[in-house]
Design a protein around this ligand. Structure first.
Ligand code: 3H9
Length: 707
């Protein structure tokens, strides 16, 4: 018996407990331990039935994801879980699986090979493999439709979304919800069924439906996958595998599933998504901020500025249960800000995201104000006023005066120097950047910008706060544009250069959408407002070294008042529903401006468009990494996945470059350098790693993020 699994007894009921913290993953040793326990139970005449339960906070959260990397890098693979699950299902003594926390992936597959399943009401079950670019690989696609029906199984395996105990009961995935103590309830249940023949899930064919009904389930699922999970292999494979369950005997279906599982496991998509899974967890680990750093309790907050960002941030705080003061300078702006918040909440209620009562509660947590009254008691202030250093300094000076000692003063600036802002206060240790992304109440990313003087407690508190707010907080250093926008500059620059050189607006956007991005760079510009970049360009133009090529089309569009969606015209023209259409006027203008600039246009391939845009991100990312403004390449990936619509199945820009191979990326960047000059000089880190045959993922810094 391994020490990951224990076997005990409650008179005639055996209890198998899995103890593999933190989530009882099916790591090597766990299946073996359960298997050995089953052997002993079979031989023990005093045992009538067995309960299988997880120790600690959860049942089994799935296969051990760390093992997949070993398997794809050539480690010999055992027989998989399927034979062991067959053995459990063939046990003549009923096995009752008792679920709390989550039974996910291999955990649910394990549970379905038991004869009965009981769960506490807070438990969840699911087949989330698709989120890792996989399909269930231990007969989940064969047993789930037999319990839940074909349509539900397709939905669960395709989306990866879990279902709660109550729904699981309704669909027959579990047999009973246990009120009170789970183990005691499961033992009682076991005694009820001990004398009955143990039902085997794999022999239950009554929910497998008929050919006509199933055909329409599968075809509509494939249509949805093509639309909503564009380019992803796993959702389609999951549908195929469930279809096999309806057409083949169980054993053959399992073999079919196994083949698809292995195809998915070895795909770049799965490797990338697994990288994302671990990176999302790694991001909160900061070398010089220990886990036990004391946190500052954030019970109340204030936001300065009720514009798009300020209003969104106030909603985020209110949604997390934190009462918030929302300050503006004049009544009109305050009313406008509040009206937007109300309409956002009304939309959420209309879309069924939450109830009217929940919306009212959230709205009631936001107190609009025109003064700093009440600021003296709040624990955190987030400033979201117009982007200008003089104004920010003025606001921070005032906040420093009115806020209590120990209150955190955060700025939502997207470009300005946090140290300079902090210097206008008497408490730079309590000043930090919290850069939300628009719309703040929707986008998951939160860049947390560390100033030179920011204290570890303030950083740890903001990292924790990001979780409370449902955001992914990434700690970054204080450089211009921080990480995300600093990289986005060269990306958008290349999109514009490509237009100037002859690519059409639609071709540029389409190439990046085909790559997997949520939107193309020009459509994003229109959405965010072209005037933002235009104003920043004007402010910083004097810092550009002379002789460096400057993009001009976007600035010219702004000079004509074409700011994007908000003015009904930018790169595209928009109708009153904000639907985009190509605008021949813009094509004509571009031809004129380009001719005036003496640029000779040419045919540009989709491959060149993606390489130039994506490698512009990568080259700047490499500089950021080497300069230490991001802790890890994977932190940069997390920023791009959560704030910029980069496709998760590509793993993020830095991971993507690693998968292409840095030697190849470096050669292409060098080629662009020769063609386009200084702006494409390869980052020293890219050059070095390419020459050493290494990856960004292998590059590590010990010192912590640069400030
Ligand atoms: C699968 O099952 C394939 C099968 O079909 C069989 C094929 C043969 N493995 O998320 P947390 C770690 S595929 C290894 O912060 P929470 C995680 O990295 C799998 N490690 O906690 C973290 O480590 P650290 C299908 C895992 O409470 C720690 O546990 N299953 C695994 O916020 C805590 O995790 C899934 O996809 C794992 N399976 O959320 C479920 N799971 O502390 C994946 C977690 O060192 N897991 N870790 O950073 C989850 O969704 C969440 O972890 C869960 C808990 C909801 C369970």
């Amino acid at each position: 018996m391994t020490d990951l699994v224990q076997l005990t007894k409650d008179n005639d009921i055996a209890i198998i407990t899995i103890n593999n913290p933190p989530v009882n993953a099916l790591s090597p040793g766990v299946p073996e331990g359960i298997s050995e326990a089953l052997d002993r139970i079979a031989q023990d005449a005093s045992v009538k039935a067995a309960v299988l339960i997880g120790g600690g906070r959860t049942f089994v959260a799935g296969a051990d994801i760390k093992e997949f990397g070993k398997m794809t890098s050539g480690k010999p693979r055992g027989a998989g879980l399927t034979p062991f699950l067959l053995k459990m299902e063939d046990s003549t003594k009923p096995v009752i699986v008792a679920i709390h926390g989550t039974a996910f992936g291999g955990g649910l597959e394990l549970a379905m090979a038991g004869h009965y399943r009981v769960a506490v009401s807070s438990a969840q079950v699911g087949q989330p493999e698709v989120k890792l670019g996989l399909i269930p690989g231990a007969a989940g696609t064969q047993r789930l439709p037999r319990l839940a029906g074909v349509a539900k199984a397709v939905e669960m395996c395709m989306t990866g979304n879990p279902v709660k105990a109550e729904e699981a009961l309704k669909f027959g995935i579990i047999d009973r919800i246990i009120e009170g103590d789970l183990l005691a309830g499961a033992i009682a249940f076991a005694r009820e069924v001990a004398a009955k023949p143990a039902p085997k899930t794999r022999e239950r064919n009554e929910k497998l439906g008929n050919a006509t009904e199933n055909a329409s389930i599968f075809s509509s699922a494939r249509e949805t996958a093509a639309k909503k999970q564009r380019g992803l292999l796993a959702p389609v494979a999951a549908i195929d595998a469930i279809e096999a369950a309806t057409k083949m005997p169980f054993e053959e279906g399992c073999k079919f599933e196994q083949k698809l599982f292995i195809d998915c496991l070895f795909s770049e998509q799965s490797k990338s998504l697994i990288h994302v899974f671990f990176s999302e967890r790694e991001v909160s680990k900061i070398p010089d901020i220990p886990k036990d750093t004391p946190l500052i309790p954030i019970k109340t907050a204030a936001v300065v500025g009720a514009g798009t960002m300020g209003g969104g941030i106030a909603m985020v705080l209110a949604n997390a249960g934190i009462p918030v003061l929302l300050k503006e300078t004049d009544q009109t702006a305050l009313d406008r800000g509040l009206a937007t918040i109300k309409s956002n909440y009304a939309n959420s209620v209309k879309r069924g995201r939450f109830s009217q009562q929940a919306a009212d509660e959230r709205l009631n947590r936001i107190t609009p104000t025109l003064s700093y009254d009440g600021f003296s008691t709040v624990d955190l202030v987030i400033e979201a006023v117009f982007e200008g250093m003089a104004l920010k300094k003025e606001v921070f000076k005032e906040l420093d005066r009115v806020c209590k000692p120990g209150a955190i003063l955060a700025s939502n600036t997207s470009t300005l120097n946090i140290d300079e802002i902090a210097a206008s206060t008497s408490r730079p240790a309590f000043v930090i950047g919290t850069h939300f992304f628009s719309p703040a109440n929707v986008m998951r990313l939160l860049e947390i910008v560390r100033g030179k003087a920011t204290s570890p407690e303030v950083i740890a508190t903001c990292m924790q706060l990001s979780k409370t707010l449902g955001k992914v907080g990434v700690l970054v250093g204080n450089c211009r544009g921080f990480v995300g926008n600093r990289m986005f500059g060269p990306y958008r620059r290349e999109a514009q250069f490509l237009i100037e050189e002859g690519a059409s607006i639609e071709a540029v956007d389409q190439a990046l959408v085909d790559f997997g991005n949520a939107m193309g760079p020009l459509a994003v510009g229109d959405l965010a407002g072209l005037d933002v970049g235009w104003r920043i360009n004007k402010e910083y133009r004097h810092l550009q070294p002379p002789g460096i090529r400057q993009a001009f089309v976007e600035d010219h569009l702004c000079e004509l008042g074409r700011f994007g969606q908000k003015t009904g015209a930018g790169w595209y023209k928009y109708d009153d529903q904000r639907r985009a259409a190509p605008d021949p006027v813009v094509d004509e203008l571009i031809r004129k401006w380009v001719a005036e600039a003496g640029i000779v246009q040419r045919q540009i391939s989709a491959e060149e468009i993606t390489d130039r845009c994506i490698y512009a991100l990568v080259n700047e990312g490499a500089r950021i990494l080497e300069e230490g403004y991001a802790l890890r390449a994977s932190d940069i990936d997390i920023i791009y996945l959560n704030g910029y619509g980069f496709p998760a199945h590509r793993g993020g820009p830095m991971w993507y470059a690693d998968t292409v191979g840095l030697k190849k990326v470096y050669e292409r960047v060098s080629e662009f350098h020769r063609q386009h000059g200084e702006i494409w000089r390869p980052a020293p880190l890219l050059k070095r790693l390419a020459e050493q045959g290494k990856t960004f993922a292998q590059f590590g810094k010990e010192e912590g993020v640069a400030t």
